[in-house]
Design a protein around this ligand. Structure first.
Ligand SMILES: Nc1ncnc2c1ncn2[C@@H]1O[C@H](COP(=O)(O)OS(=O)(=O)O)[C@@H](OP(=O)(O)O)[C@H]1O
Ligand SMILES: [Mg+2]
Ligand SMILES: [Mg+2]
Ligand SMILES: [Mg+2]
Length: 341
């Protein structure tokens, strides 16, 4: 396949970053969590977000020297302020631990190397050339709560998503328990990956063999279940509930953080993903790039409310907040399930 080398690198980078995040989430302390300064939509950021971004950025630059463009969520602005020295040290230590744990990189990064790696995610993207797209921790609120989150990495080629690697460290390997995402299972940690035209695969994060996945075959909305954001601030629950009711959906919504929803959808844990951000919010491309190809390559559909595909070619953010949709192969759902993009 055309992007095999890139996909292998993406899987390696996302897996490594997911292991770093797992370690941080297990021992999360208050000083690991920060509030981003100067943002209209306040959101937390942790040492895991920064560490994951530095790791992925470093690994991709090692694998593809010279031809590198990355659009990623975080930057080092807050880390360069007075008083941030201790947190930068902690991130550097984490990044070095996981780089050497892999065995293929015999390097020790300095704090400045780590800050530079984080800042290499400032590309503006667009419709020309190739750009990596990274959400180093998607669902940071879920991550801090001890719930679901994802490391989401995709590659754009001339404005289209051509591959995605979506690591979901807390998603159970088997669908049981998904209806109750808080239910703790022993076997958790999935990595979904997809390359355009090649289908979607899921493997345990520990690296054993991958299986092909398919979206749900449910055709009757009465038997369908739907996903939505855990955070009411991120998606209007009242509106999705109304739409679900109109569709005839009987099941209660499955509320889950992050692009784990796309991963769960791709293996048929549910049939629909509804997303309606509140007024004026513009979606970021890293919140949908990896998840959308994971769903489409598994036979699903991800479109806006008018049936148009999501447009990843316009830079870091979507354009106007137009309602958009995602879901299974069943066309009657496709007209009725929305993500706002
Ligand atoms: N106000 C508002 N409206 C809509 N979306 C927002 C908003 N604020 C943040 N975000 C983005 O939502 C990302 C988290 O994904 P979800 O909304 O799917 O998950 S959650 O259940 O709400 O946690 C989250 O991603 P991370 O920042 O990577 O966690 C944000 O990019
Ligand atoms: Mg964030
Ligand atoms: Mg995100
Ligand atoms: Mg994030």
């Amino acid at each position: 396949m055309a992007y095999d080398k890139e996909l292998t690198a993406a899987i390696k980078a996302a897996s490594l970053a997911a292991r770093l995040c797992r370690k941080v989430q297990k021992g999360l302390v208050q000083s690991d969590v920060r509030s981003k300064s100067g943002r209209r939509h306040q959101s937390p950021v942790t040492v895991a977000d920064y560490g994951s971004q530095a790791l992925v950025s470093f690994v991709l630059q090692q694998e593809f020297p010279g031809e590198f463009s990355l659009i990623a969520e975080e930057d080092s602005n807050d880390l360069r302020k007075d008083g941030a020295g201790a947190i930068v040290e902690r991130i550097t230590e984490l990044v070095n631990d996981f780089l050497t744990s892999d065995g293929s990189y015999n390097v020790t990064l300095s704090p400045e190397d780590v800050l530079k790696a984080i800042d290499s995610g400032k590309s503006e993207g667009g419709s020309q050339g190739r750009h990596w797209v990274l959400d180093p921790v998607d669902g940071t609120k879920g991550f801090v709560r001890g719930d679901q989150y994802a490391v989401a990495l995709a590659l754009l080629d001339r404005g289209k998503v051509v591959l995605g690697a979506l690591a979901c460290p807390n998603l159970p390997l088997t669908p049981t328990g998904v209806a109750d995402p808080h239910c703790r299972k022993d076997e958790v940690g999935c990595l979904f990956f997809a390359e355009v035209g090649g289908g979607t695969y899921m493997q345990p994060l520990d690296g054993s063999s991958a299986v092909k996945v398919q979206v749900s075959g449910v055709e009757n909305p009465e038997e369908a279940s739907f996903f939505e954001s855990y955070e009411a601030a991120h998606s209007m629950h009242d509106l999705s509930s109304l739409i679900a009711q109109k569709l005839g959906v009987k099941a209660a919504p499955i509320r889950m953080d992050s692009q784990v929803k796309y991963g769960a959808l791709s293996r048929g844990d549910g049939s629909i993903y509804l997303r309606f951000p509140r007024d004026g919010y513009r979606e970021k491309i890293w919140d949908h790039a990896a998840g959308s190809i994971v769903v489409t390559e598994a036979g699903g559909v991800v479109t806006d409310a008018e049936g148009n595909p999501l447009d990843f070619s316009r830079g870091r953010k979507s354009t106007e907040p137009v309602p958009t949709s995602s879901s299974t192969k069943n066309s009657s759902f496709n007209r009725c399930s929305y993500v706002q993009f």
